[in-house]
Design a protein around this ligand. Structure first.
Ligand code: ADP
Ligand code: TRP
Length: 339
């Protein structure tokens, strides 16, 4: 077996995205862009589409196929080079689910009770006066164990994710540590989360976290009119702002994520001096979105019009990844006495 110390000299970065909706700029700045940038620092990189995680909420087969290709096209249009990075669909790697079964037997139920997606569903049920278990299926309850399996299967050292996923990476680490200490062996590499400074949580147009679930998103792929429409809905106030107070606003957080730092500084000067108001500021954000994402949108649309190209790339990706997954699984099965 490879020792943890030697594994660390060969560090691996890995992240996944669920195919549950159209990608928004929170996904782009919080997950896709930092993951691709960080990948340059690592020897191995794994990027995948977490379709079985998505099955918790997407149950229409055509929708599942379309959204899976949509997330794949998002990564590819963002610059993911399948010759440099492992790129695949979670469901094409069945070793993931065998490892999950093993991890199930080491994971205390109490850890799952504390996982935030499950806890939030229970809290909503309680507020609505429903039973705690209403709408809770085992896919939601064991969600963090499947995610731990995705991560531990590839000896992952770093997992770039937004703030909402940090707890899941910590659970993966805890499970890895539990198995390692049980067998008194470095079976699993202990993963760490990495977040992108400043954009761990981009707000949506209503000021809450931007999320497909809240319907408050600015889409990555859109027409100029669609960007303008989204931008006009951003909540703003009637305060007179200082540079410091302006930088705390939802609008500024969105603008500075999209525009250059030079343009962001100009915007601060123009708003605080009263030279422009929110309407002009919003027009600038719509233009910044166009500058940043118009080409990207074109490439995304080209790929979505060639689904066989996307499917071929994912298929080839899975073929190169499976032998790696099989080797890890053999190592673990030998340790536990199944092989
Ligand atoms: P959503 O909340 O829209 O369903 P996902 O849960 O599919 O998004 O998240 C995909 C990736 O994008 C995750 O790594 C997540 O942490 C990141 N992410 C999602 N929303 C944001 C946000 N508003 N700001 C920063 N990162 C985000
Ligand atoms: N749960 C993640 C999300 O909702 C997606 C995901 C699945 C993931 N498996 C992963 C992210 C492994 C990082 C590593 O965004």
């Amino acid at each position: 077996m490879q020792k943890a110390s030697s594994m660390h000299t060969n560090p691996t970065i890995l992240t996944g995205i669920k195919p549950t909706g159209q990608p928004h700029i929170g996904n782009y700045f919080g997950a896709i862009k930092p993951a691709l940038e960080r990948a340059a620092e690592y020897e191995n990189s794994f990027f995948f589409i977490a379709d079985y995680h998505g099955l918790n909420s997407v149950q229409d087969p055509e929708e599942m196929r379309r959204l899976t290709r949509s997330i794949a096209a998002t990564w590819l249009a963002a610059g993911l080079d399948p010759a440099k990075h492992h790129f695949y669909r979670q469901s094409d790697i069945p070793e993931t689910f065998e490892l999950e079964t093993i991890l199930n037997t080491f994971t205390p139920k109490g850890w799952m009770n504390k996982a935030h997606a499950y806890k939030a569903t229970v809290a909503n049920n309680q507020t609505a006066g429903r039973s705690d278990d209403h709408d809770v299926n085992m896919g939601l309850f064991t969600y963090p164990i499947l995610m731990a399996s995705d991560i531990l299967l590839f000896d992952t050292s770093a997992v770039p994710v937004g703030k909402d996923q940090i707890q899941h990476v910590e659970i993966a680490r805890d499970i890895a540590q539990k198995v390692n200490s049980f067998y008194n062996k470095d079976i699993f590499v202990l993963p760490e989360h990495v977040t992108h400074e400043g954009i761990a949580e981009l707000p949506g147009i209503d000021g809450r976290k931007m999320s497909k679930s809240y319907n408050n998103v600015i889409p990555v792929f859109a027409s100029v009119e669609e960007w303008q429409k989204a931008v006009r809905s951003i909540v703003t106030d009637a305060e007179t702002h200082t540079p410091d107070s302006l930088k705390q606003t939802t609008f500024y957080k969105l603008y500075s994520a999209v525009a250059t730092s030079e343009n962001s500084e100009t915007l601060v000067r123009d708003i605080t001096s009263g030279a422009i108001g929110w309407k002009d500021a919003k027009d600038r954000l719509a233009s910044a979105l166009e500058v940043r994402f118009a080409e990207y949108t074109k490439e995304y649309e080209r790929l979505m019009n060639s689904p066989e190209e996307i499917d071929r790339i994912l298929h080839t990706g899975a073929e190169t990844v499976r032998p790696i997954a099989q080797a890890t699984l053999r190592r673990i099965k030998t340790t536990i006495g199944i092989l």
